[in-house]
Write a protein of this length. Structure first.
Length: 196
């Protein structure tokens, strides 16, 4: 598939909302010839619609409240923007993860934070009742960590193009996630309860 088609399909996911500039830039990076495979175990932009959110609810209001845009792990969990009102600027919208086996959790307060977390290069673990990023050092000790092929290039892109500082320790990842959850998780749970 050529990059023009990929960009058109990616744009279609956003239902008319303006795509944050960081995501447009990341898509350019992802489709470039220099990046033929994964650049982070924590994120990979999708170009096709997913029906995962419909597994939670098929209510139109619920489906309109979330815009899925990226894979969160290798088992099928996805990231989505949570739109709390129709005027929302996606660059300021919180990011949630939908688990492939259940569970909806706030991950980051905005797309910039998610891109910083993705620098850590560890996929999200999502269960029905918990969500977290694993400790990379512990995974390495157990021989269970494989860095994404183009993670160094992603770090360069993050610093130079997105002008964001990579988050490279589990403590810093946890701190960002904890803050986002403190601000949004309870509201998200109350919102989801209306539909499920």
């Amino acid at each position: 598939m050529n990059s023009t088609m990929v960009k058109q399909e990616f744009t279609a996911l956003f239902k008319g909302y303006k795509i944050p500039k960081e995501l447009k830039s990341l898509l350019e990076f992802q489709v470039s010839e220099n990046i033929p495979s994964y650049y982070s175990n924590a994120i990979y932009l999708m170009t096709e619609e997913t029906s995962l959110i419909e597994n939670y609810s098929t209510d139109e209001a619920f489906l309109k409240a979330f815009i899925p845009f990226a894979e969160a792990n290798s088992s099928g969990s996805i990231y989505a923007f949570w739109i709390q009102n129709s005027e929302e600027d996606l660059a300021k919208a919180p990011i949630v993860v939908f688990g492939d086996e259940g569970g909806i959790f706030v991950v980051a307060q905005n797309i910039q934070e998610l891109l910083q977390i993705a620098a850590y290069d560890v996929e999200a673990v999502v269960y029905e009742d918990e969500f977290y990023f694993q400790d990379k050092e512990a995974l390495e000790e157990d021989g269970e960590f494989t860095a994404a092929d183009f993670n160094m290039e992603y770090l360069d892109w993050l610093r130079s193009d997105a002008k964001l500082k990579p988050i490279l320790t589990i403590d810093d990842v946890d701190a960002l996630v904890d803050e986002a959850q403190a601000n949004y998780q309870e509201n998200l749970e109350q919102y989801v309860k209306r539909f499920i």
